[in-house]
Design a protein around this ligand. Structure first.
Ligand SMILES: C[S@@+](CC[C@H](N)C(=O)[O-])C[C@H]1O[C@@H](n2cnc3c(N)ncnc32)[C@H](O)[C@@H]1O
Length: 287
């Protein structure tokens, strides 16, 4: 396992993923009844944007960096309606920085921990031994959280359906192994089989290798209802051109997320663009 998310934290893909995740959790929290978040590839809770790893790639500058001014304060999106939808994510970012200049960035576990309530439960699963230890230490004092170290597919199977019968599952592999996409889809399918009413989010990268098209197509044909795709290309896709964009396959998006994403996603694409941007929000399957 070579992948460490610390090199990529806060990049344009993280901003899309975490902005949607935060907003989805706001909708989960509209009912008093508890829910459970299963983060199958959790990474770390919080990342240092001035740390060695982030400093080597500076990827965050093309992501969260586009939403920060020179003094480290968070900036608004031009589109006021989109800006309101970004607020839950922005608050999570501000909170890990104590309201001061942005030097730290919340990963998906921290977004979940910040947005969830006292009655909710979270399972953060991370396979990398060192990241698992760090993650365990970060959440040792949070009674709502259990940190596990399993293969993502095993963790999803073990935790679904949740006792609460309400939940969100994030599948966010590094795509470093040749079969990561296949495994991610298998994990989604198995999770859905056990918990068909749950909300699932599967993240994927868009590079020039055609993986994203194959994955989205296979997901659309996998027999799951109510599946949406939300994707941003910050620049045109080129062969061997690196990460041009990313997307989320979302099963059972909570109302009114599907109506909100066509407002939020283009505004984010415009802010994160590094060339001609493109975006899409489309239903892949119906009811
Ligand atoms: C893209 S990062 C996760 C980022 C995190 N979800 C976030 O949004 O902040 C993928 C993580 O999955 C872990 N990982 C890789 N293979 C895994 C597997 N088979 N099962 C569980 N975790 C795995 C990696 O160590 C890495 O921390």
């Amino acid at each position: 396992m070579n992948y460490r998310h610390a090199y990529h934290a806060g990049n344009h893909a993280d901003v899309l993923k975490h902005a949607v995740l935060a907003h989805a959790l706001v909708h989960m929290g509209r009912k008093d009844k508890a829910y459970c978040v299963v983060d199958a590839h959790a990474g770390l809770g919080v990342y240092d944007l001035d740390g060695v790893e982030a400093g080597k790639t500076l990827e965050w500058q093309g992501g969260v960096g586009r939403l920060i001014d020179g003094a480290g304060k968070m900036l608004a999106l031009e589109d006021a309606a989109a800006d309101v939808l970004l607020e839950p994510w922005r608050q999570a970012v501000a909170a890990v920085n104590g309201g001061g200049a942005i030097m730290r960035y919340p990963g998906s576990p921290e977004v979940a921990a910040r947005l969830s309530r006292a009655q909710d439960r979270m399972v953060f699963n991370e396979l990398h031994p060192a990241d698992f230890e760090t993650l365990s230490a970060q959440y040792a004092g949070d009674g709502r959280v259990r940190v596990t170290r399993e293969e993502a597919g095993v963790a999803v199977k073990a935790n679904l359906p949740p006792a609460e019968r309400r939940g969100l599952v994030l599948i966010d592999p590094p795509y470093e192994r040749v079969d990561d996409a296949e495994r991610a889809l298998a994990t989604l399918k198995q999770g859905y089989k056990r918990f068909a009413t749950g909300c699932f989010m599967l993240w994927y990268p868009v590079t020039g290798d055609g993986l994203s098209d194959r994955l989205v197509e296979a997901a659309a044909e996998a027999g799951m209802a109510r599946m949406l795709v939300a994707e941003i290309l910050v620049r045109p896709v080129t062969i061997n051109g690196g990460l041009a964009g990313s997307g989320l396959i979302i099963v059972n998006p909570l109302w009114p997320l599907a109506e909100e994403l066509p407002v939020l996603v283009p505004a984010l694409a415009e802010r994160l663009k590094a060339g001609d941007p493109a975006w899409r929000v489309e239903w892949l399957t119906g009811e």
